[in-house]
Design a protein. Structure first.
Length: 134
């Protein structure tokens, strides 16, 4: 029995129970880590598809905005400046000004997807130095 448990006889949980709960959490996270890694890996391809759809909608329905953004694409014109312009378009919600319901739905979906991806990535990233990764 540890000193903390001897001093607090009537308080739960006991140190052994806390250690067991932490061990179980570590065990569960170590099992989930490869699955999360796989999900995040495949999420990159989903993101590419969403970007492709957004670029095609802009090119077809709003060619002036598409050209003002520098004609972004996944391969041809994939420069740092076009990526910054695209991210500004997405995060400043400039798609709202175009009054296109399909584009608005896609923009919201991409923002939600990006937020979930960042949370998942940070969880995976910090699980390595904290010792939860296998």
């Amino acid at each position: 029995m540890c000193i903390r448990c001897a001093n607090a006889q009537n308080q739960a949980p006991q140190c052994g129970q806390v250690l067991q709960a932490l061990w179980f959490k570590e065990y569960v996270v170590k099992d989930v880590f490869p699955i999360m890694f796989g999900v995040l890996f495949h999420s990159v391809f989903v993101w590419f598809f969403l970007c492709y759809r957004l670029f095609k909608i802009l090119e077809a329905r709003h060619p002036e905005k598409y050209e003002s953004m520098g004609k972004p694409s996944l391969i041809k014109n994939n420069s740092l400046s076009s990526n910054i312009t695209f991210m500004k378009f997405l995060f400043k919600r400039e798609w709202r000004d175009l009054e296109d319901s399909g584009l608005a739905t896609l923009g919201i979906s991409m923002l939600v997807f990006f937020a979930i991806y960042v949370i998942g990535f940070l969880t995976l990233f910090f699980s390595v130095p904290l010792g939860y990764a296998p």
